[in-house]
Design a protein around this ligand. Structure first.
Ligand SMILES: Nc1nc2c(ncn2[C@@H]2O[C@H](COP(=O)(O)OP(=O)(O)O)[C@@H](O)[C@H]2O)c(=O)[nH]1
Ligand SMILES: [Mg+2]
Length: 269
């Protein structure tokens, strides 16, 4: 069994920084993980890149040869990845052993997680290769300045959740930049009724029915739980990693193995 985090979320939400901080943290505590770059537009990395989509296809080449812009070029690259899951990705994944833990640093184009099937097929492929996968959705805490932005962040995350059908961990990133903790606390585990009344205050009266439906939807899918991440604090990283490990049952299998093969236990029998 392999383990994987699919790190997704809007451009600039802190995905690559999260991957590199997690890598560093794991190195410090003596835990092995490998970071895979799936963003064909990425240029600089703060982590050792174990596997890189740019070895398969280069965004610059695509833009130059097909005359596409950056966004169209990126979509072309991701579709190319989708077409090459069976050969390129399978072959590369065969280099990883059982119990390996991969982190996929993904591009931020929101359409990749809402209505384009690339990542859904990518995830299906990982599952066939015996990986337990968790989606880690990053939302920038700086973006959450009022209830309407919070709701729109939730809806984007929800659309990824529905599209990918994976265990899903929502993270509020860049907590070191938050000056008023109180403002953000209102959104970490908010009361649906409070959200609804705030939303009604900000929107014209004809939206009240829609507001109610949106809040009910978000409440029903447990979308209102975001975990704050402050990369300066080891405790914050440890907490998030434990939540994700729990989602993908990392460590549980290992414990069972140790128990099964405990020579002392055999001696005792
Ligand atoms: N202060 C602060 N800045 C961050 C944090 N995470 C990312 N950034 C900054 O936000 C910008 C975008 O980050 P990046 O990881 O490239 O986002 P990505 O597009 O989602 O991969 C960069 O300038 C980062 O330095 C964080 O936790 N705290
Ligand atoms: Mg990035």
């Amino acid at each position: 069994m392999g383990y994987a985090q699919l790190v997704i979320g809007p451009a600039g939400s802190g995905k690559s920084t999260y991957c590199s901080s997690l890598f560093q943290h794991c190195e410090t505590v003596g835990r092995t993980m490998h970071v895979v770059n799936l963003d064909p537009a990425a240029e600089n990395f703060d982590y050792p890149v174990a596997l890189d989509i740019r070895e398969l296809i280069s965004l610059d080449d695509v833009m130059e040869e097909l005359g596409l812009g950056p966004n169209g070029g990126l979509m072309y690259c991701m579709e190319h990845l989708e077409d090459n899951l069976d050969d390129w990705l399978s072959e590369e994944l065969d280099n990883y052993m059982d119990d390996d833990y991969l982190i996929f640093d993904c591009p931020g184009q929101i359409e990749l997680y809402s209505h384009v099937p690339v990542f859904r097929n990518f995830v299906e492929h990982l599952k066939r290769k015996n990986f337990n996968v968790c989606a880690v959705y990053l939302l920038d805490s700086q973006f959450i300045t009022d209830v309407t932005k919070f709701i729109s962040g939730c809806m984007a995350s929800l659309s990824a959740m529905v599209q990918l059908e994976l265990p899903h961990v929502n993270i509020l990133s860049k907590m070191d930049l938050v000056t008023s903790k109180k403002d953000i606390d209102d959104y970490l585990d908010p009361e649906p009724n409070v959200l609804l009344s705030e939303l009604n205050k900000r929107m014209a009266p004809q939206y009240q029915k829609l507001n109610k439906a949106l809040i009910e939807l978000i409440d029903e899918y447990s979308m209102v739980s975001f975990i704050p991440l402050d990369l300066r604090k080891v405790s914050s990283i440890t907490y998030i990693l434990a939540q994700i490990d729990n989602c993908i049952q990392y460590g549980e299998d290992a414990d069972v193995k140790v128990k099964d093969f405990d020579p002392d236990e055999v001696d005792d029998d």
